[in-house]
Design a protein around this ligand. Structure first.
Ligand SMILES: Cc1ncc(COP(=O)(O)O)c(C=O)c1O
Length: 373
């Protein structure tokens, strides 16, 4: 299927020009149907079809693994991105005096867990200062030394949409023996993600944004080669090698599944199973090319109208997100003006954030541009 034909699957396109996918993507019809089917099954039959649910869950795990170029055994279901990052942070073998690198563009969920774990283990968090909205491989190279044990970075920054050079940064981490933890929620489902090429130790994402399902379920990738050096603290019955043995002797599952401590949101997993099928059918190269082309049209239109674009625009730096400001109105007033014209954006930083997905089209972009004073 092509992006253009998939537009008809998104009821939100009939109500507005929705460009707030970086906050929440309204699920398409097959995703809503899959979730309703699960609820009807549960409603009528209890858990008698549990084995079918588990089969769907495992298919979903495999589909996400394919999306990010991982092995299914390296994927765990988590509640959300934040929980994935907390699990990764707690699992790091950090000791007194170790350093954790973050940067000043990160969403709080990729800073707070690191500060907490540093405080308890006597480690320290050091912040890389971004330059003109970017964190570059050069800056990472300069910040890394023998004390640095972890680098935590977003693939795509939530505010300005900067897409980091993860391949070069991952190579520095690997060469320096630094665990590389990636917050990928603003990338997964809309930009190509490749845990092997990026050499990630861990990568976390949630299901309610570009993965087009609902809140309550996300994914954590844990690299198989790193697993025996990690010390996950969240343990429970579902993370055991054989959960149905109900044994209280710790015997963890071989792969990332060991951090799945208890029941997940099965309804959200049914949604994700359907959305991943759609995304893999369209292909992430097609989805990203589509949003980057729309983004180009948006940036050109904004600049023609005298607005300032704050998202980095270099080769490989762009994503689904465009942050802009300017014109005669304050950003707050402009946000309201656009909403009145049926154009949904978000207030972020000093400006407005427009975030696009596969169902957006040229008309959505022109509707935004036409509504600008
Ligand atoms: C970059 C980034 N990380 C983490 C989060 C939090 O995600 P979740 O609610 O799935 O934990 C967000 C939410 O906007 C985000 O943009």
């Amino acid at each position: 299927m092509a992006c253009r034909s998939a537009r008809t699957l998104f009821p939100v396109t009939a109500t507005c020009a929705y460009m707030n996918n970086a906050a929440d993507t309204p699920p398409p019809v097959p995703v809503a149907e899959a979730m309703v089917a699960f609820i009807e099954d549960n409603h009528s039959f209890g858990c008698q079809n549990f084995e079918r649910w588990v089969a769907t869950q495992e298919r979903c795990r495999g589909a996400f693994a394919r999306l990010v170029n991982a092995d299914p055994a390296e994927i765990a279901f988590v509640k959300n991105t934040t929980q994935g990052l907390i699990i990764a942070a707690e699992a790091m073998p950090l000791r007194r005096g170790d350093l954790i690198l973050v940067d000043d563009l990160e969403f709080p969920s990729n800073v707070l867990p690191w500060e907490m774990v540093a405080r308890r283990r006597g480690a320290r968090v050091k912040t890389i200062r971004s330059r003109v909205g970017r964190v570059t491989p050069d800056q990472v190279e300069q910040a890394v030394n023998r004390q640095v044990k972890v680098l935590a970075l977003s693939a795509v920054q939530y505010e300005n949409g900067f897409f980091a050079d993860l391949e070069a940064i991952g190579e520095i981490c690997e060469r320096s023996g630094v665990f590389f933890v990636v917050d990928a929620i603003q990338a997964c489902g809309v930009m190509p993600v490749d845990v092997r090429r990026w050499r990630c130790t861990a990568l976390a994402t949630g299901g309610h944004k570009f993965l087009m399902s609902v809140g309550g379920c996300g994914f954590l990738y844990l690299c198989a080669d790193a697993l025996d050096r990690l010390e996950p603290v969240n343990v429970g019955w579902l993370g055991q090698r054989d959960p149905m043995a109900f044994s209280s002797t710790y015997d963890p599952a071989d792969g990332a599944r060991r951090v799945e401590e208890g029941n997940p949101s099965m309804v959200a997993i049914f949604g994700l199973d359907a959305s991943l099928a759609l995304l893999l059918d369209i292909g992430l190269d097609a989805v990203s090319s589509h949003v980057l082309a729309l983004g180009r049209r948006l940036v050109e239109g904004l600049e023609t109208k005298g607005y300032r674009v704050d998202s980095p625009q270099g080769d490989g730096e762009r994503s689904s997100i465009t942050l802009f400001r300017g014109g005669p109105l304050s950003s707050r007033m402009l946000h309201g003006r656009l909403a009145e014209a049926g154009v949904v954006t978000a207030l972020r930083g000093n400006g407005l954030r427009a975030s696009l997905h596969l169902y957006n089209d040229d008309e959505d972009i022109d509707r935004l541009l036409d509504a600008l004073p």
